[in-house]
Ligand binder design. Structure first.
Ligand code: BGC
Length: 338
């Protein structure tokens, strides 16, 4: 079957023929992959700045934002049948089964020896078929299948928003989102669904098509830095400098959740943070509850936003989405099964 792989010998993305997975064992389901979205992590895989092949292998099948259909169930699978649409979760437990992995919170793994399908030491879904444990699959209604590949990135946003809401005890409802990529747009949308007054800051012009995906939801977009204080700040711009600057915009009792920023040299206002009871949190990956929240929120995202967010590509077009300029839409999606 076809697969798109990160090849650790040539350090290139390579399309290759691989063996089909074995039939599903007890508790497992065989999936036919329908579509796979690409994100910043996939671009990091393409530049070999993130990711690792499975132990003893020289390549990694990429793809972790998948939408699939169950084609066969092994013995003892309850609650899933052939024909069901599913979204696989990404992370699998660490071998030591640390307390968080044991408690079903692999997204909070303490040993960092987890695997992640399509990213860290486990093959992903940019291929025709896969086998997974049924418990690692999130069923979605057939009516959501058209946009099902958005569930995984949305699950990460749900985790960020719930972490912020856990911290922010004040009744403040002002939110600032940094970045106009898919995560920034989804974060602004979810915060707006939660009743926040949201402003998004990014560098794009005010009339950029991505900005329109916000303004049609009455979400404010600005490319001038320095809006008023925000109770919640979600960083989805991948810029440490911007994250540091935005700390000064956090309201007392506020929370900033960092999703993409990298290391930066600068001055951190610790005294302000403690005097104002502010929290800065980093998050990665998502729990099962976050996936469930994403499935619940996906139909609440206005249809023009969902459709305007994505651009569909053919299976083999990974050169344009992962090396080149994938087009104007924020989210590129490869249709595996056309
Ligand atoms: C994925 C997460 C994953 C992270 C780091 C993100 O793109 O959405 O599930 O944990 O990359 O590997």
């Amino acid at each position: 079957m076809r697969s798109i792989t990160a090849d650790y010998g040539s350090r290139r993305l390579v399309e290759r023929d691989i063996a089909e997975p074995p039939p599903p064992g007890p508790g497992e389901a065989r999936l036919r992959i329908a579509a796979v979205g690409v994100c910043g992590t996939d671009r990091d895989l393409a530049s070999f700045t993130a990711g690792e092949p499975p132990a003893g292998e020289s390549f990694l099948v990429i793809g972790h934002e998948a939408l699939a259909q169950v084609v066969e169930c092994g013995a003892d699978v309850a609650g899933l049948s052939p024909g069901d649409w599913v979204v696989p979760t990404v992370r699998r437990a660490c071998p030591a089964l640390c307390p968080q992995c044991a408690a079903g919170r692999r997204d909070l793994c303490l040993t960092l020896a987890f695997t992640e399908r399509g990213i860290w030491r486990a093959h992903g879904y940019f291929t025709d078929y896969a086998v997974d444990r049924a418990g690692d699959l999130v069923p979605i209604p057939a009516t959501l299948a058209e946009y099902g590949f958005l569930v995984e990135p949305l699950s990460v946003v749900e985790k960020a928003v719930s972490r912020a809401l856990y911290v922010v005890q004040s009744p403040g409802r002002r939110a600032l989102v940094l970045g106009l990529g898919p995560i920034g747009i989804l974060a602004a949308t979810v915060l707006s669904l939660r009743g926040f007054e949201v402003t998004v800051f990014s560098a794009e012009s005010l009339d950029h098509p991505r900005a329109r995906l916000l303004t049609i939801q009455n979400i404010r977009y600005t490319n001038t830095f320095g809006t008023g204080p925000a109770d919640v700040i979600i960083e989805a711009a991948g810029s440490g400098e911007l994250a540091l600057a935005a700390l000064r915009l956090l309201a007392p009792g506020g929370a900033m959740v960092v999703l993409g920023a990298r290391e930066v040299v600068g001055s951190v206002p610790f005294l302000d943070l403690l005097v104002r009871n502010q929290t800065v949190a980093g998050i990665v990956n998502a729990s099962r509850a976050d996936f469930d929240a994403a499935v619940a929120d996906l139909p609440r995202i206005p249809e023009p936003v969902r459709s305007g967010m994505i651009e569909r590509f053919r299976f083999s077009d990974f050169g344009s989405t992962l090396y080149g300029n994938a087009g104007a839409a924020p989210k590129a999606v490869h249709m595996v099964w056309e």
